[in-house]
Write a protein that binds this ligand. Structure first.
Ligand code: DGT
Ligand code: CA
Ligand code: CA
Length: 583
């Protein structure tokens, strides 16, 4: 029982309770617990096993932000017994095929309950059929428009079905590598495929191994704790389902390791281009090596592949055939941003809105990451569900920030807490705080949180109107997508970028792994248009601030960003001077 298994149990509890119509706050608490546990660096099992009693364990567990007493007791039960009585009773009450319906965009638990009760619908096929025959429109609360939306949602769901956000697959792949690394015969082991390219969603996990004893590796792989089904088992390749995700493992000979690593890292489009360059030079390049006629001329190292076609090493994140080969030929590959380039986080929440930690706790966590500043950007009042601040709360927070900064200064600590807000852009284009209030803040972040279905022109103008406000410095999660749940809202992103450029407004890359918004290709577009980017976490507690940033950095790298394209690689003073509203 590892943290990820526990997180999956809470996800399922949340899904089933939602369909059953349980209290939405409780549903949200389960989901929040799942997200917290997923990125936790502490091992829940050892916390429980270390404790002398249940009460002792609960006391320890509730110290983790996002874990209350009810959740802590469930964790205790899960670790001790391997089961959750809550989950088991829910499973017996809710038809499991209804759970899949919940994954369809635009289909919520209320709709599911209704169509199930009135039409007996319990599968996607039945729902699709009913929508096509306009049977749904006869149910109260649903109409022709709802039918159209549901059909679109089904189409969307089928397109991305089977793909998971990277943050779900990467920890599993890392766990597999960790387990197999300890085998005596394993000489080398790497993660390849879309995971090595840090794509935002992952179809399956690909792992490569060099070993003189392939059958030992295959035996261990197919028997790993977490393997739910063995799909194929051979001498060179095996495939399994590992905690719900497909995983391929290949054992290759040492002389092919570089060529295989390149080949199985992909992308397919990139590989095809490299192979064509090889053909022009009379070379055959494949997963076994680099060949001239029958003669092997390389393939042990990945660099050999690029060198064979006169290219410098191309970082995996760029291998999408988005122009990286031409750039490499011209000696114009970007110097990609790295984690160590970051000097601060410009979007974190605190307990002044929906964050778990105090300002001081967030600041200390940032200091331990080597940052020089954070911008605490709590929600504004319109986002009531997130405990948005009113003017009075904002003033109170301001005092606390000032006191804290004075303490840092007198202690000789080079760190500043910036006073920021994530101000809501309302559907009537107005911002949720007056200009007088925004003027006095260090950093103003604006974002849309409601009425996401306005038409394309309205949404575009709504964001641009915020960009044109004299005090808005950054637009957060500019397209609003949530991976696997919500597509980007209908938006003319090019016009938004042009307006950001003309007004000196920064666009945010939100590192949260189910957002990654701006996405990779949008980062590249922004760079080409001279729009600056802030890579932020949007963290709601200190653990998240530490854990999710790697996904933001990876997405920035996929978007070709260099340190100079990103504002929070600058020192405090330089960063502030790049914002529109100078202080
Ligand atoms: P995914 O799993 O859908 O997220 O994406 P990938 O890129 O991991 O794709 P996958 O797992 O199907 O295959 C791994 C790599 O193997 C892929 O990135 C490139 C290489 N590959 C697979 N099929 C072909 C092919 O037909 N031609 C070439 N040139 N490469 C291939
Ligand atoms: Ca793959
Ligand atoms: Ca694969």
């Amino acid at each position: 029982m590892i943290n990820l298994d526990i997180a999956r149990i809470f996800d399922e509890i949340a899904d089933l309770s939602e369909i059953k119509g349980e209290n939405p706050f409780r549903v949200r608490a389960y989901r929040r617990a799942a997200r917290t546990i997923e990125t936790l660096t502490l091992d829940l099992r050892s916390i429980v096993e270390r404790s002398k009693s249940e009460a002792d364990a609960v006391r320890e567990l509730t110290k983790i932000p996002g874990i209350g007493e009810g959740i802590a007791k469930k964790i205790y039960e899960i670790v001790k017994t391997g089961r959750s009585s809550k989950l088991e009773s829910l499973r017996s009450e809710v038809n499991p095929s209804l759970v899949e319906l919940l994954k369809i965009p635009h289909v919520g638990p209320k709709t599911i309950a209704k169509v199930h009760k009135e039409l007996g619908i319990s599968t996607i096929e039945e729902l699709e059929e009913a929508a096509r025959r306009h049977k749904l429109a006869r149910i109260a609360g649903l109409g022709r428009k709802a039918e159209e939306k549901i059909l679109k949602g089904i189409e969307q769901y089928r397109k991305q079905k089977g793909r998971v956000p990277i943050a779900k697959a990467l920890p599993y792949a890392e766990a597999i590598v960790e387990a197999l690394k300890s085998l005596k015969s394993v000489r080398k082991i790497v993660i390849a495929g879309s995971l090595r390219r840090w794509k935002d969603t992952i179809g399956d996990i690909d792992i490569l191994v060099v070993s003189e004893n392939p059958s030992e590796v295959m035996d261990a792989f197919t028997r790993l704790d977490g393997v739910e089904e063995v799909l194929a088992k051979g001498e060179t390749k095996s495939s399994v389902i590992f905690r719900g995700i497909n995983a391929d493992l290949r054992v290759v000979p040492p002389e092919s390791f570089g060529a295989a690593t390149h080949y199985f890292t992909g992308s397919k489009q990139h590989n095809i281009r490299i192979r064509e360059l090889g053909v022009k030079k009379g070379l055959k390049i494949n997963e076994y090596g680099i060949f001239r006629g029958e003669e092997r001329i390389g393939g042990e190292r990945e660099e050999d592949v690029f060198a064979a076609v006169n290219l410098p090493f191309i970082p995996p994140e760029l291998r999408e055939d988005w122009g990286e080969i031409e750039a490499a030929q011209a000696g114009k590959l970007p110097k990609l941003i790295e984690m160590k380039d970051l000097k601060g986080d410009l979007h974190v929440h605190t307990n002044y809105s929906d964050g778990k930690n105090s300002i001081e706790e967030m600041a200390k966590a940032a200091i331990s990451l080597g940052y020089e500043y954070i911008a605490v950007a709590d929600h504004s009042k319109a986002v009531g569900i997130a405990g948005g601040m009113d003017e009075e709360k904002l003033r109170k927070r301001q005092k606390e920030i000032e006191r804290l900064n004075e303490r840092f200064e007198s202690a000789g600590i080079n760190f500043r807490v910036l006073s920021a807000v994530e101000v809501d852009i309302k559907s009537d284009f107005k911002l949720d705080f007056s200009d007088e209030i925004l003027r006095d803040l260090d950093v103003v972040i604006a974002a849309i949180h409601s009425k996401l279905s306005q038409d394309r022109e309205t949404m575009t103008r709504r964001i641009i109107s915020a960009i044109e406000n004299p005090y808005v410095d950054i637009i957060a999660h500019p397209t609003g997508r949530i991976l696997g749940k919500r597509e980007a809202y209908s938006l003319d992103i090019e016009r938004v970028m042009d307006a950001a450029h003309d007004n000196g407004v920064v666009l945010e890359l939100n590192s949260y792994p189910d957002r990654l918004d701006l996405r990779d290709i949008h980062c590249k577009m922004a760079k080409e248009r001279g729009v600056k980017i802030a890579i932020s976490t949007d963290a709601h507690d200190a653990v998240q601030m530490r854990e999710v940033i790697r996904y933001g950095i990876a997405t920035a790298r996929r978007g070709w960003l260099s340190p100079e394209d990103v504002v929070n690689t600058r020192s405090l003073r330089e960063m502030l001077s790049m914002l529109k509203h100078k202080h």
